[in-house]
Ligand binder design. Structure first.
Ligand SMILES: *[C@@H]1O[C@H](CO)[C@@H](O)[C@H](O)[C@H]1NC(C)=O
Ligand SMILES: *[C@@H]1O[C@H](CO)[C@@H](O)[C@H](O)[C@H]1NC(C)=O
Length: 149
């Protein structure tokens, strides 16, 4: 009976040990979304700021798509395992800007996923067209893996 106590202690610790929730979701790296757009996010600095690049698979314009720079910041750099973040994409091939906001989650299978919403502001020539200049959407990103892995 006395020997059973350490065993039960270990067993109970194993049962209550946090699973996926303890894993940290890290923004840095390569991501692909549900539309097939790719983005690369660089290392975060001490303030949680980051830069990267966005290669969109879709465009609202007739222009040829080009890789475009992004800049953003993450909230609570160290404390939170599933941080919130935002970034701006400055489209290189149009007069438009997109802002994304989202949260970096670890899902039930332990995979990192970015749940985001965005606003795309397109350039319009006159204020009377302002009403139709902004689109809104949702994108889900997962880590981009090369086929070899
Ligand atoms: C995203 O990356 C994948 C894998 O490298 C590639 O096949 C695909 O063409 C890329 N898409 C864009 C829009 O860059
Ligand atoms: C935004 O994009 C335009 C057009 O490519 C470029 O001239 C400008 O330097 C960019 N700004 C930033 C902050 O990336």
């Amino acid at each position: 009976m006395v020997q059973a106590i350490p065993f039960l202690l270990v067993l109970s610790l194993a049962l209550v040990a946090p699973g996926h929730s303890a894993r940290k979701c890290v923004l840095t790296g390569k991501w692909v979304n549900d539309l097939g757009s790719n983005m690369t996010i660089g290392a975060l600095n001490g303030k949680g700021e980051f830069a990267g690049s966005y290669h969109t698979a879709v465009t609202a314009t007739m222009n040829e798509i080009q890789v475009s720079p992004l800049q953003g910041s993450q909230h609570n750099t160290n404390q939170k395992s599933q941080p919130t973040f935002g970034f701006t994409v400055n489209w290189s091939f149009s007069d438009s800007v997109t802002v994304f906001t989202g949260q970096c989650f670890v899902d039930d299978e332990g995979k990192e996923v970015l749940k985001t919403m965005w606003l795309l502001r397109s350039h319009v020539d006159k204020i009377s067209d302002d009403w139709k200049a902004t689109r809104v959407g949702i994108n889900t990103f997962t880590r981009l893996r090369s086929r070899k892995e």
